[in-house]
Design a protein around this ligand. Structure first.
Ligand code: BGC
Length: 838
């Protein structure tokens, strides 16, 4: 770990800023583009909209990263040589914005104090409303942009209202006016998720810039000037909110019914052939491409499609090809098509061609048959389709399977217990497609190996061999089992919790409970450091970079954050008096250390690049910064499925599609974990698709949907990238908190997928400060976690310890524990401690 004493820009910061700036354009895309851009030179530009001066680099909450400084779009345009001619509008807007925000913070703070709740918790994830205004849209020159921005975050869902999913009256009015007023006009979306663009669809240049961390403004300047060409594709369908089947009943306080089943995103829209505004996999750049299937090859279980791509436009650029498969439906219902592979071209100059190869395993197309508790491939025709969006494809070949085969026999998990629940089944709309002249390949069941799962028995108690120091484990003279066997039940209970002091208060651990890294989210137990030499693992949030505080001091041997560890919104809500305590004389005299970090593009944007090596290289960047600051576990990637555009944390997530989610998360995991001492934490496992009442909301869904949609991405990462840890989610699945469900924590994760790391809970599952008395369901149990195979409860609280000890000593505790259960949890945690504390 390095202690940086100078608050000056470090070499690694410059290197990382450049890397992100160079890569970020690949994550952006045009929703519409008519050839009026790029601009020849950086001349006069009239820039309007909140995002010009209040540019959003990422969302709020634990996904927010503290950076040294951040250039707004206005500053970036000026640094790139533009003259911003709309200052009058920007100044007037600032005044009304500040008034509205001040009022909102004052009202919210007062309401929270009245309700006796910490204002930060009271307003978790909420954002200030936008002002009402009507300023003259004046600005010299023939070019204008309107930067529309949105922010959301942990703790609250987005709203189907003007100013959030819908555009505000002011936004619609000004955008349409500017579109008529200026010769060159571009609508720029500085957003983390879908906005309903129907009222402004006549605008012919719409850039989904996204929220790109540090270089957000610079990337926009580069795109305007043609120095960069967007090459991303949507990882979620954008269309009217009322058209998503998940909208009805979304965010119910207690029970959210996943009625649409497997029909999430394009799987739904393509099945019923409903037109959408912008389909999954869609995105335009400054240039155009032509693609053609060249060859299909089948070798046993492996399918390989080679396609040629040609740049037929006037600018250099990259294209993403996607391979979809329409599966036969005999017993199981199937969507019209499912993504099976994708590939991105290298940069192609005008007229240049290349070949790309798209591969997948036939057996990976297996679907879950709930009745048989097995993953199966049904007999029939599998139609391959190649395209550059889910709505622009050509048929490639047919794979014919002559009999239905079982790929994997498992046990049923997470049975639905709610009698009110019923899934809607959709029929594929017949398109009268003709498959004549398509190459046909016969698939033989003999070429596909069925997997046999062995379910592990519960471990028996380990017997102590006396005192063993951690050094003996590291040197190999004693096993981890021997080390664990020496601890008493109470000591083992401490290992099943994050580090905590008996005298800490609840609020002191909110999102920054680490002891060794200032502003880190948590840490494994330090309880046995002195006595047994057992090191701890420090954790820092993600996924938009590493979230630690910007500076700290060491006072009497303890680390104290001195810089930003909260977002501006929180400071405004709490008031400076609650955030900044008076420094002690020791603190005043102590040396200040700095922790500059890099804000990377939000998860959604990274995924939109469809470029796995690029994403892996960003994992490397993250690990370099983890190593500098002594962070062992990055609390990312976050790969929940974008079930609805209303989910407040979608910006942290990757896609509505599990394959994209899984492959992107696997790529960043590989990047991070290729560095010794650095590990990821996949989150939030699983079916955690809303923020409303997130601690005790119940996701009700069928096992097929759970496995084929919501677990699939996690499965891909576990099986291909060996993540060292997983964070379970707060929510319940079919009536029970997932962290208390042994079927999902142990049977699926460890037995079926062979997960070798440890599972931690999300933060503060047993504390009452987060609970709402109006909830139907109770909080989870820390003892229940141990019993289920969720090895550690975070960030570690007295209430968790009490629960575990009670469960050990009281046979009527609903999650009665044995010493062997705690030893199993300790073994999982310590195996990762051993691996990462290098
Ligand atoms: C979030 C997690 C985060 C944790 C620690 C929780 O509130 O849901 O994503 O990693 O806090 O900050």
């Amino acid at each position: 770990m390095k202690r940086i004493t100078e608050n000056t820009v470090q070499d690694f910061e410059m290197k990382h800023a450049k890397l992100i700036k160079d890569l970020a354009p690949e994550t952006t895309l045009f929703l519409k583009q008519n050839g009026e851009f790029p601009l020849a030179t950086a001349g006069k530009i009239a820039a309007f909209g909140k995002g010009v001066r209040h540019t959003i680099k990422g969302g709020t909450g634990s996904g927010d990263v503290h950076v040294r400084g951040f250039e707004t779009i206005e500053e970036s345009l000026e640094n790139a040589g533009f003259t911003v001619t709309s200052k009058k509008w920007l100044d007037s807007f600032d005044i009304v914005l500040k008034e509205t925000q001040d009022q909102y913070y004052a009202d919210t703070r007062a309401a929270a104090i009245k309700a006796g709740v910490n204002p930060m918790i009271y307003a978790f994830g909420q954002t200030s409303p936008d002002p009402v205004y009507n300023f003259e849209l004046s600005g010299e020159g023939d070019t204008a942009i309107y930067v529309l921005s949105r922010i959301s975050g942990e703790g609250s869902d987005r709203r189907d209202e003007k100013g959030d999913i819908k555009l505000s009256d002011e936004e619609v009015r000004d955008i349409l006016k500017l579109n008529n007023q200026y010769e060159h006009f571009m609508l720029v979306l500085n957003v983390g998720g879908m906005v309903d663009l129907r009222p402004v669809l006549e605008v012919e240049n719409i850039l989904l810039l996204g929220q790109l961390g540090g270089p957000t403004g610079q990337v926009l300047s580069d795109i305007l000037l043609g120095k960069a060409n967007p090459s991303g594709k949507l990882t979620m369908t954008w269309t009217a909110l009322e058209d998503y089947p998940s909208t009805d009943g979304f965010g119910d306080w207690n029970d959210t019914y996943y009625k649409e089943g497997i029909y999430v995103g394009y799987r739904y829209f393509d099945t019923i052939n409903k037109s959408v505004l912008f389909p999954f996999g869609y995105g335009l750049s400054y240039t155009d491409f032509e693609f053609k299937t060249e060859k299909t090859e089948v070798v046993n279980d492996n399918i390989k499609v080679t396609a040629s791509v040609k740049n037929i436009g006037q600018y250099s650029g990259k294209e993403v090809l996607q391979l979809y498969v329409s599966l036969p439906s005999v017993k199981l219902n199937q969507p019209y098509q499912t993504l099976a592979a994708f590939a991105k071209t290298p940069e192609l100059s005008p007229e240049e061609s290349t070949e790309v190869v798209l591969t997948f395993k036939f057996s990976d197309l297996a679907s879950f048959d709930q009745e048989k508790a097995a993953y199966i491939l049904e007999k029939g025709d599998y139609v391959l389709r190649l395209g550059n969006s889910s709505r622009n494809t050509e048929t490639v070949a047919i794979l014919q399977l002559d009999k239905t085969i079982t790929i994997r026999q498992v046990k049923n998990v997470a049975a639905v217990v709610d009698e009110n629940f019923k899934e809607t089944k959709y029929q594929v709309v017949n398109r009268n497609e003709s498959f004549e002249n398509l190459p046909i390949f016969s698939m033989s069941s003999n070429d596909i190996n069925a997997e046999v799962i062995e379910y592990a028995k519960k471990a028996t108690e380990l017997v102590s061999k006396g005192f063993i120091h951690w050094n003996d484990v590291v040197s190999g003279t004693h096993s981890l089992e021997d080390f664990v066997a020496q601890f008493s039940e109470e000591e083992l209970a401490r290992i099943a919790l994050g580090h905590f002091d008996e005298d800490q208060t609840d609020s002191s651990v909110l999102g920054s409970a680490a002891i060794s890294v200032a502003g880190g989210a948590g840490e494994t137990s330090l309880m046995f450091k002195e006595s047994h030499g057992l090191p701890s693992l420090a954790m820092a949030d993600g996924p938009a970079g590493i979230r630690i505080s910007s500076s700290y001091k060491i006072i009497n041997g303890k680390i104290k954050s001195t810089g930003v560890s909260f977002g501006d919104d929180v400071v405004a809500l709490l008031g400076p008096d609650l955030v900044n305590e008076e420094p002690s004389p020791d603190e005043i005299n102590a040396t200040e250390y700095y922790q500059p970090t890099t804000a990377i593009p939000i998860g959604t944007d990274l995924a939109q690049s469809f470029n796995l090596p690029l994403i892996e290289s960003i994992g490397n960047l993250i690990a370099e910064e983890m190593t500098i600051y002594g962070v062992h576990l990055w609390l990312a990637p976050a790969l929940n499925i974008m079930r609805s555009p209303l989910c407040g944390r979608n910006f942290e997530y990757y896609s509505e599609d599990p394959l994209v989610s899984g492959l992107v998360a696997a790529a960043i995991t590989k990047g991070v974990q290729s560095h010794p001492g650095c590990g990821v934490t996949l989150k939030h496992y699983a079916a955690n698709n809303q923020e409303t009442n997130r601690y005790t909301s119940n996701s009700v869904l069928s096992e097929r949907t759970l496995r084929d949609i919501y677990l699939r991405g996690f499965e891909i990462v576990v099986k291909t990238a060996n993540p060292v840890s997983i964070m379970s989610s707060y929510n319940l699945i079919n009536g029970e908190h997932i962290n208390n469900r042994r079927d999902l924590m142990t049977n699926v994760l460890r037995d079926e997928w062979q997960f070798k790391g440890f599972v931690m809970t999300d933060w503060l599952i047993t504390t009452t400060i987060m609970l709402n008395p109006n909830s139907k369901y109770k909080q989870a149990s820390a003892a229940g976690c141990v019993l289920a195979g969720n090895d550690m409860t975070m960030p570690g609280m007295q209430s968790d310890l009490d629960d575990i000890l009670e469960a050990l000593h009281n046979e009527s505790h609903p999650y009665h524990l044995s010493k062997a259960d705690l030893q199993t949890a300790a073994l999982s945690v310590l195996s990762v401690v051993k691996q990462l504390s290098v």
